[in-house]
Design a protein around this ligand. Structure first.
Ligand code: SF4
Length: 420
């Protein structure tokens, strides 16, 4: 699929995947889609080993709860063994179920679905069914690597992200389908959620004719798509019409916390500084939990812990360099790759952001307000910037510029690696 970008250039959807890698200044970058952000300890350990043995040892958490490996072999002609080794290894642990659809498996899910009181619908089975339905549809392989599905269990944590197709549970029996970030939703029963989401994706492809990546790329896209979908969706049979539209809140600021589960166990959410895990940190997470859920806030959630184990687990992860207590400067702090990983960068933004967070900043480091979302970027593209109200710290040829506000839709379209 080709599309004219913000600058008017016609270019293909270059969103990286596990097979279609992006060649960055520090080597090949591969993105592994993680539907629902859910990884078994075995899968996470294999990703860590791949990162250490084949790449630079850096694993990035993306804003769509996917994982990115950097520094993979990127010579003009990597050997077949090099090119195939990574794919074969992640396929062996179930992280590459479809070669044709690997880039379109962008599915967010509320990380504590089915485990906490606020969760109205356990969306975990819906993630599995949606992923299978997506991969079973040859036409949906044509979606761009940026098209995003979200399954919100009723906590409302995913709605502000503005996915192309969001299910928001409003009762245990159903909820609303929000298209392209629209505030108004189409009523849908739980049984209809997956067919309706797949129908929405198909309708989007028909409407766009291959000229758009996201619903918001189409003029009046959300309304147009809703008009196509409405007859196929629920006629409100049994779904509470309680909220046909709702105020979409702001993106929640990530922080470390312990969350009680319904079953008496607890979940520990840890902040990953700048959304970058070392291979050793990933192994440390895999060592203390049977399952790890990465989130669009670039945190990692460890569910199903015994309350008496939490302190020991937190101590181990703290020793590994992860943030397990609330209220640190790392919470709400993000940064793009910057130098030397990105050739476009005007600064070592990762290093500068780290120095800012640890208080070892140099006199030239800009004053940045604390307690708000802050995003550091090496150029105006601001890759990986959270949506909504954010303080931007953007490198310029003469130093950092600090600004506050929202990124416009038009600017968001300039991002070449949208979910970084
Ligand atoms: S914001 Fe600019 S410098 Fe940072 S990763 Fe994106 S293109 Fe590179």
């Amino acid at each position: 699929m080709d599309i004219a970008d913000f600058y008017g250039h016609v270019r293909p959807d270059a969103c990286p995947g596990a097979l279609q890698v992006h060649i960055a200044a520090d080597g090949a970058l591969a993105r592994i889609r993680i539907p629902g952000g859910a990884l078994s300890a075995t899968q996470l350990r294999e990703v860590a080993d791949c990162s250490a043995e084949l790449g630079s040892g850096v694993i990035e958490l993306t804003s769509r709860a996917n994982l990115q490996l950097r520094g993979l072999p990127s010579t003009a002609a990597p050997s077949a063994a090099e090119a195939g080794a990574f794919a074969a290894r992640i396929a062996a642990v179930g992280l590459l179920p479809s070669e044709t659809h690997e880039r379109v498996r962008n599915i967010l899910a509320s990380p504590l679905a089915g485990r906490v009181d606020a969760s109205l619908v356990d969306v975990r089975p819906l993630v599995t069914a949606l992923d299978r339905g997506l991969c079973a549809s040859p036409e949906l392989a044509e979606l761009s690597g940026r098209f995003l599905f979200a399954l919100d269990d009723g906590t409302g944590d995913l709605l502000p992200i503005g996915a192309d197709v969001t299910f928001l549970a409003t009762s245990p029996s159903g909820g609303l389908l929000h298209l392209g970030g629209a505030t108004a939703g189409i009523p849908v029963l739980v049984d209809e959620v997956v067919p309706s989401m797949l129908a929405a994706a198909s309708a989007f492809l028909e409407l766009s004719g291959g000229t758009a990546w996201r619903v918001s790329d189409l003029p009046d896209g959300p309304a147009l798509l809703a008009s196509r979908l409405q007859p196929a969706a629920s006629r409100d049979g049994g779904v509470s019409p309680g909220r046909l539209s709702r105020e979409i809140g702001s993106l929640r600021a990530p922080d470390a916390r312990v969350v009680p589960q319904r079953d008496g166990r607890v979940a520990l959410e840890v902040v990953v500084p700048l959304g970058r895990l070392s291979a050793d940190q990933a192994r440390a997470l895999a060592d203390v939990a049977g399952e790890v859920r990465v989130t669009p806030w670039r945190t990692a959630v460890l569910p199903d812990l015994r309350p008496e184990d939490v302190e020991r687990v937190a101590d181990e992860l703290t020793r590994a360099g992860l943030v397990t207590g609330p209220g640190t400067a790392w919470a709400g702090l993000s940064a793009c790759t910057g130098s030397p990983g990105c050739a476009k960068s005007l600064a070592d933004v990762q290093g500068d952001a780290r120095r800012w967070a640890t208080g070892t900043r140099e006199p030239s480091t800009p004053a940045v307000p604390e307690g708000v979302l802050v995003h550091w970027a090496g150029c105006e593209r601001r890759c990986g910037r959270p949506k909504g109200e954010v303080v931007d710290v953007v490198a310029t040829p003469t130093g950092y510029r600090v600004g506050h506000g929202r990124k416009t839709e038009k600017t968001e379209k300039t991002e070449t690696r949208g979910d970084m």
